[in-house]
Design a protein around this ligand. Structure first.
Ligand SMILES: Nc1nc2c(ncn2[C@@H]2O[C@H](COP(=O)(O)OP(=O)(O)OP(=O)(O)O)[C@@H](O)[C@H]2O)c(=O)[nH]1
Ligand SMILES: [Mg+2]
Length: 686
């Protein structure tokens, strides 16, 4: 078929294949099975035993889940494959999203679990939008029952592309004991950790095979008129034609085939590898999809940059054109990314030094000190290659304030945080100048927990974490005219400043303004800026303990002393005027209110509404989410204090699929018990 660019044969060159799918569906176990099947490891390890190739970091082992990308290169029937095992948790989704642009195919590992369908839908969306050919691998068939017949009914709603069931299970009693491959028309029984055995296709299985094969062919015929005619005329299409169609339609993204198996026993793995070998596209198609241009000696895309614990930086990258090895100087945009000092083949955390990398290969380059996750690297040629993909991280949803446990680590912490954010752009670091807090923003509780663990394990900085402070303010409800007098006469040079301030509340959002209403020079010109400075200083800390906003202060009167007056003295007078005036102005607390937009599967909308109302949210409305069947968008106004851990509850109400964005809207008065508590705890902290 012309579509693959190499005359109908298999794709050539080293492949890159992403293992993606909902949380805990068995991706890392499947990687393990593939490594065992292709002879990289002698025996298949397990998540439970903590001895898998993937998830080898202390954080992943400890939490028994993937918390970052694992890359592993192997050979199958003479071809090289790098598998990129991505975390399934939505909190670590950026590691998956950054990998996808450069892969040839994604294997989407999923389960017969209704609860995981929205998550599956999110992942398939991403693949559909990036036009990445994808194969579903229905895992944990060992746990499935007869309900498995409804595979497509369960899974199809998650995919906008038509699914084609390539295999059907066969049973021994109630247990699934094997499968029929509908393209090969051959029956297999599963054998543990070894190739399935071919058995005669007969009896009830043969009948089911006929029906299932017919519906597979019908789906393929949607894009092949000749096949449609053959079906209508009851002609058996030749096997080669069926394979050609499967290949073509997978590569073009017209269909998404579904295979099945049991990763823990390596069942179904060989057929999956064969489907990859024969049907999935290769580097030629991927380079074309990405728009790789001629003109550079080498082009590569950085799937992930990481700083290893022994200090060096490793960049996992796929070669999309040319060749690169020791000494290659890569640029990214107009900046130098660094000079390659070591090319490594990766099998999880094992790295093996090797020669130069050529097109299609996925390797780790050492010492590209400025390469970041998602960068396009190029070498040679007149101009740097333009960026091949842009993966904008999702906005963070949860924050913690952190400090180094020991003061001496402050500088180290700053450096480590920068590295962390370069590895994982879905982390952001914000310095709050008002509270002097370092606030770490991320995608969820586990994401932030792992980030602090990494700061400790990899960078040697022990961390203390706190709730970040809410941006409370205060304002006044009525005005006052207040004198502020500063007078000190203790021998020698005295201090004298005297002002009268007219303090007035202003509408919400107007901030602060200062006005000079002095007539007749009762306060000399040159001291007026000092008065303003003193006023501003005092407003940083109002009677309730917070910065004061939305007020107008006019300097209306005062007096001075020819010898004792000074800038300092007038500053102090201004400060005293405010400090004594504000308590008489009925100060009131203001809290930030944000506009929040939550997206969730429709069945969770009622729960989300209740959740928001329970957190002092004011629902503005809800709608179906445009372009997303089965999803809603809920909009609400929410106090910042209630958004703090909102994500935790949104995720639990939506089986992990829901999320939100928020932006500041306005400040609102807060009174009553909640306000009293906030003020009391502020006082206690001072
Ligand atoms: N019964 C059964 N359990 C499986 C199978 N594959 C994986 N598991 C189990 O499912 C759990 C999750 O497996 P992982 O391989 O870590 O899943 P994952 O998709 O990599 O998880 P994340 O990367 O954290 O999303 C582990 O307890 C595995 O032992 C399978 O085929 N059958
Ligand atoms: Mg995993």
């Amino acid at each position: 078929m012309a579509a693959n660019g190499n005359n109908g044969g298999r794709a050539t060159g080293p492949r890159a294949v992403a293992l993606v799918g909902p949380f805990q569906s068995g991706k890392t176990t499947l990687l393990e099975a593939i490594m065992a099947r292709t002879g990289v490891i002698a025996r298949q390890g397990s998540i439970e035993a903590g001895n898998t190739v993937g998830d080898a970091s202390p954080e992943a082992r400890h939490h028994r889940m993937s918390v970052e990308l694992t890359a592993a290169t192997t050979t199958f029937m003479g071809d090289s494959y790098t598998f990129l095992d991505c975390p399934g948790s939505v909190e670590f989704v950026h590691d998956m999203r950054a990998v996808l642009p450069a892969v040839d195919t994604a294997i989407v590992v999923c389960e017969m679990d209704e609860k995981k369908i929205p998550q599956l839908q999110l992942i398939l969306r991403e693949l559909e939008e990036r036009k990445i050919p994808r194969i579903l691998f229905l895992n944990k068939i060992d746990k499935a029952d007869a309900g498995v017949h409804d595979v497509l009914k369960l899974l199809q709603p998650a995919s906008r592309t038509k699914l084609v069931l390539r295999q059907i299970p066969t049973f021994s009693g109630d247990l699934i004991s094997g499968f029929v491959d509908l393209a090969l028309e051959r029956a297999f029984v599963y054998k543990e950790h070894t190739a399935s055995q071919v058995v005669p296709l007969e009896g009830e299985s043969a009948d089911r095979e006929k029906t299932a094969r017919f519906s597979m062919l019908e789906t393929l015929a949607d894009h092949d008129d000749e096949l449609m005619e053959q079906l209508l005329e009851d002609i058996q299409p030749p096997r080669d034609k069926v394979f050609d169609d499967l290949t073509h339609e997978l590569r073009e993204g017209l269909v998404c085939p579904v295979l099945m198996g049991t990763a823990v026993r390596a069942n179904g793995v060989l057929r999956l590898l064969k489907a990859l070998r024969h049907e999935s596209p290769g580097i030629a198609e991927t380079a074309k999809r990405l728009g790789v241009k001629a003109g550079n000696d080498a082009v590569a895309y950085v799937l992930k940059t990481l700083n290893t614990s022994h200090g060096g930086r490793m960049s996992i990258a796929r070669m999309l054109a040319g060749q690169a090895g020791d000494g290659t100087i890569f640029v990214t945009g107009d900046d130098e990314a660094g000079r390659v000092a070591g090319v490594f083949k990766l099998v999880g955390q094992n790295s093996e030094k090797r020669g130069p990398a050529s097109v299609g290969e996925t390797v780790a380059f050492a010492k590209l000190d400025k390469a970041k996750t998602g960068d396009t690297l190029s070498a040679g040629g007149k101009q740097p290659h333009p960026p091949l993909a842009k993966v904008v991280p999702y906005a963070p949803v949860l924050a913690i304030a952190i400090t180094a446990k020991e003061r001496k680590d402050d500088v180290k912490l700053g450096l480590a945080l920068n590295k962390l954010a370069e590895e994982d752009p879905s982390i952001t670091i914000v310095h709050n100048p008002e509270t002097h807090e370092v606030v770490l923003w991320g995608q969820g509780e586990m994401h932030l927990r792992v980030a602090t663990e990494q700061l400790n394990h990899r960078y040697g900085v022990a961390i203390e974490r706190r709730q970040p402070s809410v941006g409370y303010r205060e304002t006044i409800r009525k005005g006052v005219v207040q004198r502020g007098r500063h007078k000190k006469q203790s021998g020698g040079h005295g201090q004298y400043g005297d002002v009268v301030l007219d303090i007035k509340p202003m509408p919400r959002g107007s901030g602060f303004s200062f006005e000079d209403k002095i007539t007749g020079g009762v306060v000399p010109r040159n001291y007026i800026p000092s008065v303003e400075e003193g006023v501003i200083g005092a407003l940083n800390h109002g009677p309730l303990g917070f910065p004061v906003v939305d007020l107008h202060v006019a300097l209306v009167d005062g007096s001075y002393h020819t010898v004792d007056s000074s800038d300092m003295a007038f500053q102090t007078a201004g400060r005293i005027g405010i400090a004594e005036g504000l308590p008489q102005c009925q100060p009131v607390l203001l809290e930030p209110i944000h506009q929040v937009e939550i997206i969730c599967p429709t069945e969770a909308t009622a729960k989300i509404n209740a959740l928001l109302s329970g957190r002092r949210g004011q629902i503005l409305g809800f709608d179906t989410r445009e372009g997303w069947e089965g999803w809603d968008t809920v909009r609400a106004m929410m106090p910042e204090a209630e958004i703090g851990d909102l994500i935790v509850e949104v995720r639990s109400a939506t089986a992990g699929a829901g999320t939100f964005t928020f932006k500041f809207d306005h400040m609102a008065e807060l009174t009553g018990r909640t306000a009293d508590q906030i003020v009391a705890s502020r006082r206690a902290a001072e």
